[in-house]
Design a protein around this ligand. Structure first.
Ligand SMILES: Nc1ncnc2c1ncn2[C@@H]1O[C@H](COP(=O)(O)OP(=O)(O)OP(=O)(O)O)[C@@H](O)[C@H]1O
Ligand SMILES: [Mg+2]
Length: 372
């Protein structure tokens, strides 16, 4: 995937936000955003709700577990969000309305699905829920990789969708073999299709992990003051081993085929596919030890922050959009040295930061304060 040159990159900037019956807000209109915007207020005043409302314009799901109608203010039947922003050097406008379902418009054109908003408002969010990337199950780390890859490449969206569909079909076929409705040999079309998509997913994720590592390791060193090193490796669900060197998609296919042959009987017995990207792990280590098990709270937080800084850099390089950065409950918990490392790393991005006490942030440049 090519990198956009610095001259080609343009900043994404939110300009105005209008909210009606979203979460705790009956109606709210915010404008005059600066590069740095601080949302401050006591607990429960709606700071995270504002961050969430901006995030929804990325086309993604909320970072909090939520059904569509959780976004509607209690007692109401629908809500409406409007965002005016600049992206790709163009002024744009997006609208999201939720009644029983979510509907989205971009520049007054109704989209088939709100997911189609993706790629227009490029954002990176770091909220307490994102600590799951380190603390959670391997699934959380796979989701992190896939979400980022989907933002970087529409080809990956298609490959991943195909992979998931074929995985389900292959599992159903394995069940048929188990039930004696199909012979083991008849699995081969499923195996071929599976290997084809699985290898592409694995190759993309491996490359992503290498790129994330090369960006995130320096961010982590700065955050930790160089005390310990961050490690990121992709363990492809193929015998659980990580590769030091990049290998071709063809090589990954050969290895997958070997694994499928070797695990055939076990897969039939379990009626499920045991090898492949759906079992893969993005291994995060600090000083060589697993971050999830051995990292302190502060180290785990720095690890996620370093990943988020790398995410912003990669999105900028691969999409040409300098993303908006949404930081919920992050800066107020860092000491001043770490805080300036974070702010310096996002010096070209528009940032929205929440905090309970704006004075503590001590930001030198002009700040737009949104007091709730
Ligand atoms: N659908 C809804 N209708 C009405 N209120 C809601 C809805 N969903 C959430 N809320 C309320 O919104 C309020 C503000 O939530 P939010 O998480 O944004 O607060 P916050 O300012 O981020 O607080 P904290 O400082 O504790 O993180 C909460 O009291 C919550 O109960
Ligand atoms: Mg909050």
């Amino acid at each position: 995937m090519r990198n956009y040159s610095e001259a080609e990159r343009t900043a994404v900037r939110a300009e105005k936000l209008k909210i009606k019956d979203f979460r705790s807000f009956e109606s709210l209109e915010l404008e005059g955003f600066e590069r740095v915007n601080v949302i401050c207020g006591e607990n429960g005043t709606g700071k995270t709700n504002i961050i969430e409302s901006i995030w929804l314009f990325t086309g993604g799901k909320s970072f909090r577990p939520a059904k569509d109608n959780d976004f509607i203010r209690y007692g109401q039947k629908k809500n409406e969000l409007n965002l005016w922003f600049e992206a790709g050097g163009r002024k744009q406008e997006a609208r999201i309305e939720t009644d029983e379902k979510k509907h989205a418009w971009l520049n007054d054109i109704l989209l088939k699905s709100p997911i189609e908003l993706a790629g227009n408002l490029c954002c990176v969010a770091f909220t307490p829920s994102h600590m799951e990337i380190v603390k959670g199950a391997p699934e959380s780390r796979r989701r992190f990789m896939d979400t980022l890859l989907c933002q970087m490449s529409s080809e990956y969206i298609i490959t991943l969708r195909r992979f998931k569909r074929i995985l389900l079909q292959r599992n159903a076929a394995l069940k048929q073999v188990f039930d004696g409705m199909m012979s083991g040999d008849e699995l081969s079309p499923w195996n071929e299709a599976f290997i084809e998509c699985a290898a592409r997913v694995a190759a993309a994720r491996e490359e992503l992990c290498r790129e994330l590592y090369s960006c995130a390791k320096d961010c982590y060193s700065q955050l930790s003051g160089g005390k310990e090193q961050l490690g990121i490796r992709y363990c492809g669900g193929i015998s659980g081993v990580a590769r030091e060197e990049a290998v071709s998609t063809e090589k990954i296919k050969e290895q997958l085929l070997e694994e499928l042959v070797r695990n055939h009987e076990r897969e039939v017995r379990c009626k499920t596919t045991l090898v492949g990207p759906h079992r893969a792990e993005m291994q995060l280590t600090l000083a060589g030890k697993e971050a999830k098990l051995f990292g302190s709270q502060g180290q785990q937080r720095s690890c996620v922050l370093a990943l988020k800084m790398a995410e912003a850099k990669l999105l900028e390089m691969k999409t040409g959009h300098i993303p908006i950065v949404l930081l919920d409950d992050v800066l107020s918990e860092l000491d001043s040295r770490r805080r300036s490392v974070v702010l310096n790393s996002f010096e070209n991005n528009q940032v929205f930061i929440t905090c309970c006490d704006a004075d503590r942030l001590n930001i030198t440049e002009k700040v737009n304060t949104i007091a709730l």
